[in-house]
Design a protein around this ligand. Structure first.
Ligand code: ATP
Ligand code: MG
Length: 148
């Protein structure tokens, strides 16, 4: 069914900002005039919450997390960018495997399931998940979803 993506995004930020570290600010921007999308709201919310949760967990205090949505005639693009620990190149190909955790997570807790769920949920919406990351620079995750 249909829902207002911008409204959902604003609600998610309000929730996630409470879980953020000291001075870790989630900045939301949206482009496109249309705000209503026909997608599964629960699947989408779960994906975004997982990715913002990771951005919070794997980046430090006093940083920005950029969350963008763009709605076009045919697609919905969601990006989440942090300036955190990044993902080592050798680990990147395993990232969506269940229980996989990169080698630079140290004592940061986690089970390695979040991204596996994101990948499955995106697939259920016929979408794609991609990322770019550099160790000690940060990480960008993108979800691209067809609409209509
Ligand atoms: P959880 O199941 O609680 O989400 P997790 O965060 O360890 O545990 P995933 O979300 O699946 O698991 O992420 C898998 C691994 O990918 C993480 O353990 C971490 O090594 C790496 N990772 C994911 N997102 C980021 C990010 N934004 N920055 C750096 N590393 C990340
Ligand atoms: Mg996670």
């Amino acid at each position: 069914s249909s829902f207002d993506l911008v409204k959902l995004a604003e609600e998610i930020i309000e929730e996630m900002q409470l879980l953020a570290k000291q001075n870790q600010n989630i900045i939301y921007q949206h482009t496109g005039t249309q705000h209503i999308v026909r997608l599964d709201q629960n699947l989408l919310k779960n994906c975004v919450v997982n990715l913002i949760g990771n951005a919070i967990k794997y980046s430090g205090e006093n940083t920005f997390i950029e969350f963008n949505t763009e709605i076009t005639e045919t697609s919905c693009q969601i990006t989440i960018k942090d300036n955190g620990i990044g993902i080592p190149e050798a680990d990147q190909k395993h990232l969506f495997e269940a229980f996989f955790r990169a080698h630079n997570t140290g004592n940061i807790p986690g089970t390695g399931l979040g991204l596996n769920i994101v990948a499955r949920y995106a697939a259920l919406m016929d979408g794609r998940v991609s990322f770019e990351s550099q160790v000690n620079q940060g990480t960008l995750f993108a979800i691209s979803l067809p609409i209509l």
